[in-house]
Design a protein around this ligand. Sequence first.
Ligand SMILES: Cc1ncc(COP(=O)(O)O)c(C=O)c1O
Length: 509
Amino acid sequence: MMSRNILAHSSRLIRPGRQPSRRTSTLNSKAAPATVTVLQNEMPDCDHKPPTYKGPSYENITELRRNHLTPNIQSYYKKPLLISSGHMQWLYDHDGNRYLDMFGGIVTVSVGHCHPKVNKALEQQIKTLWHTTNIYMHPKIHEYAQKLTAKFPGNLKAVCFVNSGSEANDLAMLMARLHTGNQDILTLRNCYHGMSPYTMGLTAHSTWRFPLAGVSNGIHHVMNPDPYTGIWGGANCRDSPIQTDRKCDCSVETGCKATDMYYNELEQTFKYSLPRGKVAAMFAESIQGVGGTVQFPKGYIKKAAELVRANGGVFVADEVQTGFGRTGDHFWGFEGHGIVPDIVTMAKGIGNGFPMAAVVTTPEIAKSLGMALHFNTYGGNPMASAVGIAVLDVIEEEQLQKNSLEVGTYFLNKLAELRDSYEIVGDVRGKGLMIGLELVSDRKTKAPLGVPHVLEIWEQCKDMGVLFGRGGLNGNIFRIKPPMCINKSDVNFAVDVLNRAISDFLAKN
Ligand SMILES: Cc1ncc(COP(=O)(O)O)c(C=O)c1O
């Protein structure tokens, strides 16, 4: 149970007059949702008619899942959803209930569920050629390689296609080590770079690590430059419309002190833990995703990349979540840090849900793969390449990067109002449609809100028709990374639902 003190305090902080009006919302288009509640904004309309679900029963699926899938496959929600179809920002369950998808299949559905143009490209390709490996030439991979690499600055012109984010980071580790001849790799604590035996070592979350020997071989996790929960941070550190509530006495003359302090910490690792002047790479997500949308103080990544290069290494930007326009101001997250990385890894949004990924690097670094045979059966196969081309086209034609910026900024500002209203909303951060909202039990100490409490709020959001993700080591951060086609009415509805779920939670506890 939450301490009385905290709750009494929290409840007082609900602004009078900001309660939703007493209007009953019929939230889902069909069957009644588990909770009938009152909201200011109803679920936005959608013309799409989902196909009637004709598959195995809910009970049958539950049993099959229990008996035939490995136990690592976990389900969100007390009564897991059986999702039967999707359309743009909407998901439908087996009963035809409609949900606003604010997590996009874990930041993967970039342009919208079953986007018609991507569907069409895939259908055409399926009728023409499914697969041939790269022992032959087929047109699509070449067209795609040209189109994708055109999105990169500098000499980032060589691409190797693979099938998942973990595989992309595996390959980036291999290239970095072969190219530099060095072994040691740095990552930031709280990062997530994958779950393959190789990348599990990069990932720095105890929750995602198995007790295996050799996983951390040559990998060092350095202090996370987190301006909200970290030791240092102030009111101007983040590249976000919303800053932390910490104080800041930095000026243009002093620069960002938090950046300097975290950078000094990084330097200690070079001084004490690495062979002098010999590092293979540093990996960083441009904004940490699984870790709970954690942004770094401005300037840190740039200085870190310079230090790594000065010590013989390469800088790897993991754009698995932040790429393809999601951060709004740029197509790639690393551009927001003012750097050109040596290697970039990407997955998820690249294929709008099609299992594909890529590593882009310079021709010089790519040469390292010529030291032995390197082969990937499916990487860049005709279907994947056709989908990848269509996704890039849709992002451009529908100006989804611009939409991410406009709708994301609107979203962030609305969420910041919740932070100003509720003591338990400790922080709101991110940029574009890469957003995090951190729930705390104590605003001062930033102690995380307990998981059962977080789940209560989160479940209620689902019952009211909005699906959010969760993340952070303590599971107390709402991750909001929807398909980039959402609009301001969707945001109004989602924020309204969240507001209602939080106020109901506070009233009950
Ligand atoms: C930043 C980042 N890198 C790598 C990965 C691994 O991707 P995959 O699950 O496709 O292996 C993820 C997955 O969530 C991720 O968020």
